[in-house]
Design a protein around this ligand. Sequence first.
Ligand SMILES: [Zn+2]
Length: 388
Amino acid sequence: MKHPLLFVVLFVVSTTAQETGKPTLCVGRYQSEADAVKQLARLSKTHANLAQWKARAAAVREQILTGAKLNPLPRRTPLNPIIKDKRSYNGYTVESASFEARPGFFVYGSLYRPQSSKGSCPGILCPHGHARGPEGGRLRPDQQHRCATLARMGAVVFSYDMVGFGDSLHLGWNHQHKQALTLQTWSSIRALDFLETLPDVDKKRLAVTGCSGGGTQTFLLTAVDDRVAVSVPVVMVSAHFFGGCHCESGMPIHKTAKLETNNAEFAALAAPRPLQLISVGGDWTKNTPKVEYPFIQSIYKYFDAEGNVENAHFAGEGHGYQLSKRQAMYPFMVKHLGLDPKGVLDKTTGSYDESKNTIETPKRMHNFNSLKEMPRHALKPGTIVSFK
Ligand SMILES: [Zn+2]
């Protein structure tokens, strides 16, 4: 410290922050890659056996819920689901489906089901990321392919809008809503509740997969809800990058006076449940094979469950949930959920055929054309949602 005054100022600032217990927001590239490696080493030192890890995991989980203003968890209010407009395609159906995560606050989505569902299907949630074109989120062809292909292999799949995307956008909500992190995390928990109400869904085989901002939703939901049996976060688990949007890092879930953590440790909370990390060379997941994956493996070792965690890394590829990444995810879901790839998997090439999927138009995928079609008690777009 060269200047004594600077030392005094820094000392006062850090003392004040500690005394007030004010948490720090870790936004975007909050720390360097080298600092992330050092932080993971510090985090690893907080436990040396399974019991200590379980205590650590509980503290991290509690910090997520507290930071997201979901601690204690809000009361479960009636979902009042609206399922309609069934469309039949090659081996699967799609319905428009929505429910109330809070009274009057609707989550809008598309429900994909196998054509010949005989009951007891795995249920898979598909949150989406921030990509806006063409038409964005749930409406994107990539997302439709993912959901349709999983349904053709026997899963009931719910693909649902972030705040200010899809129907939510079309009906007037803005993604800049200050409760976005709270609303989306709670909506994902309620989406599991929604899947559990469906008679053809096996409650013991629930999974979630999403990319980018949908990857954030994937590991946050898996961290806070034990019902998730299989988790596949795509191009998002990074120890140095915390998510650039307020719906990912705009609330104090990462760093408080009591506990520091990062998204790699959030993902590790999946242990010992099956977890697949899909990463690429072209974004903040570029270090996954040598940084985040070994860290997460070390947690799975406590459970003797190293076989349950995998990393599919595409060194030459960029951000997104394109065909190559989906081709890596499908066999993981087949293996851990007991999906039936017959008619979809070409055994000679090992590739999963998406050519029989039907890509719908955004207009076809809307649940409601206007607010007038919605139940009267639907909240006005932009309303601050009550959690009391
Ligand atoms: Zn966001």
